[in-house]
Design a protein around this ligand. Structure first.
Ligand code: ATP
Length: 272
């Protein structure tokens, strides 16, 4: 049956403004996903086809999942995040069924952003997949993307991978993942915005975030989140003793930065 998968349908509240940096990704998503959904008639008037997804790639922790969720929030759409474990099943034929069920759910909940994390694991080059009997799954994925048997109207497809070179080239054809965007690690300005977003609604002193980001070389968004988490935990412990919420200070952030290892450098070292 179509309703036995474990993925959750969310209604995200976050918007693009909750995502620091990522300007190019936001622009691509606006042009390819959001505008066609909001102005289908304009696209039709110029004979421009609607459809196809965006494949995002780049080091982990740089906001791919976050921007997918925020895309749904921007247009008040539903959101389904799909990991490989939601699909792969040891029984022959079950992975294909799981994938179909997920697409059906997204179609029923349209407008819906359907996000595939680690999509390379599903669309690995055919020779890899053939060994594990995965060709059927690739073909199923391709026909779901094409909307062969069911319309994908209002189903907005985003996917993320750390290793795009493992994707079967059939996924790159028009109407499928015909746009690829490289999600870079945040630059100085983006890091500041990310910290602002992460510190929003928390008790803080006047902070010099630029000084913090200067020390956060090669940090991903997720690394910055770890920094804020550490600062918050320490402050919470101090506050517990005093019995009132002490504001986060500059030194809390600086100390926390020193405790976190930057994660993006490693990715650039191996991704060749
Ligand atoms: P992975 O490849 O590991 O799935 P990802 O690129 O999908 O990584 P996210 O899961 O989106 O990364 O990011 C992890 C967390 O880091 C987010 O939930 C968020 O708290 C923080 N973060 C990352 N990038 C940003 C950003 N640009 N703005 C604000 N927060 C960010």
């Amino acid at each position: 049956p179509d309703d036995e998968d474990n993925t959750e349908v969310e209604k995200p509240k976050i918007k693009f403004s909750d995502v620091g940096g990522m300007h190019q990704v936001k622009e691509e998503i606006s042009l390819k996903i959001i505008h066609p959904l909001l102005h289908p008639d304009l696209y039709k008037a110029y004979g421009k086809k609607i459809g196809g997804g965006i494949l995002m790639y780049g080091p982990p922790g740089c906001g791919k999942t976050l921007i997918a969720r925020a895309t749904a929030g921007e247009i008040n759409a539903s959101f389904i995040s799909v990991g490989i474990n939601d699909i792969l099943d040891m029984w022959i034929g079950n992975s294909e069924k799981n994938l179909h069920a997920i697409f059906q759910k997204a179609r029923a909940k349209a407008p819906c952003v359907l996000f595939f994390d680690e999509v390379d694991a599903l669309g690995a080059s055919r020779s890899d997949m053939r060994k594990s009997g995965g060709r059927h799954l690739i073909n199923q994925f391709l026909s779901e993307l094409d909307g062969v048997d069911y319309s994908n109207e209002g189903v907005l497809i985003l996917a993320a991978t750390n290793t795009p070179w493992n994707m079967d080239s059939a996924f790159r054809r028009p109407g499928r993942f015909d746009r690829i965007v490289f999600v870079t690690p945040p630059d100085q300005a983006a890091k500041e915005t990310i910290l602002e977003v992460l510190l929003k609604d928390k008790p803080i002193q006047k902070l010099n975030l630029e000084a913090v980001t200067k020390k956060a070389k090669d940090f991903s968004g997720a690394d910055l989140r770890a920094v804020v988490d550490i600062a918050v935990e320490n402050k919470l412990r101090e506050s517990m003793k005093k019995g009132l919420p002490l504001p986060i200070e500059q030194s809390d952030l600086i100390n926390a930065v020193e405790k976190v290892n930057p994660s993006t450098k490693e990715w650039f070292g191996t991704a060749r």
